[in-house]
Design a protein around this ligand. Sequence first.
Ligand code: SF4
Length: 318
Amino acid sequence: MKVEWGDRKSKALTPSSLRCLSYLPTVNLTTGCVHDCIYCYIRGYSQYPGQSAVRVYRNTAQLIARELDRKRNKPLAVYFSPSSDAFMPVKEVLDEAYQVMKLLLDRRIGIQFVTKGKVPEMFLELFAKQPELVAGQVGLCTLDDALNDVIEPNAALASDRLDTLWQLVRIGVTTSLRADPLIHGVTDHDDDLDRLFARVSACGIRHVSASYLFLRPAIVGSFKRNIADPDLLNRIFEPFEQARRSAICGSSSSALSLPAKVRETQLERVQHIAKQHGLTLNICGCKNEDLTSSKCHLTNLTVTAKAAKRPVDQATLW
Ligand code: SF4
């Protein structure tokens, strides 16, 4: 892995154009992400540092402290991280993440995150002091580690992500599963989802967000470069033969997605399997604008607003 330090050219807390994130400031601790998920959209960014490479921003905690001091109203919460992962297995990133999260929690500002990593013990101890201020999603689409090794090569093992789910629930953090992106015909077989949802439910999870893979040129190139098995590649691309371009809500970009009817039918099936395990399924409306306006709970402001005794709409104050 290649780790280097870099300076920011803009503010540390930035808004996001994604509808789910529009109420919150977001922060990326790095450019790039060593989890190296082969479907990751950051591969198409001009500043993407390459596979297994990461540029860690210096002094993020100090910068955020200064930015917050200049604000009349503090945000309800800060979201980690739209284009990276705060819990990637890189000491420099974890140290920065810890400093920033501690700073926010010390100021009673909530933390919202999505991760495909294993949340280390020191963070669990930090969150356990104020679990009402923390909400997290753990991304996991399949328990098949051989498959995960191909599509998410440096993300945590499925068992470690399940352990993280369990630990977060245990300390009282509002936690859900993020099954995104499901790959039709590869990670969404009935048996596989049944096993995944059974394990997740046993961790005490009650909500799952799901969406299907969509393709952009950089992602197609990444799949072709990183998947040696032609049969697997064919199974991934085949359902996209009838695909069409669709907009990603709140973003200027579009992507190739499965036909609406296919997504609708498959998500109904996923919902049915989830329900059998006591899980409520939320479909990502940003990526399925043609199907639903529902939210995937990328963030969970209700919990943070309750802790802060502030209505959610005041979150726009930041
Ligand atoms: S963990 Fe998230 S940011 Fe990191 S490579 Fe995977 S999808 Fe991209």
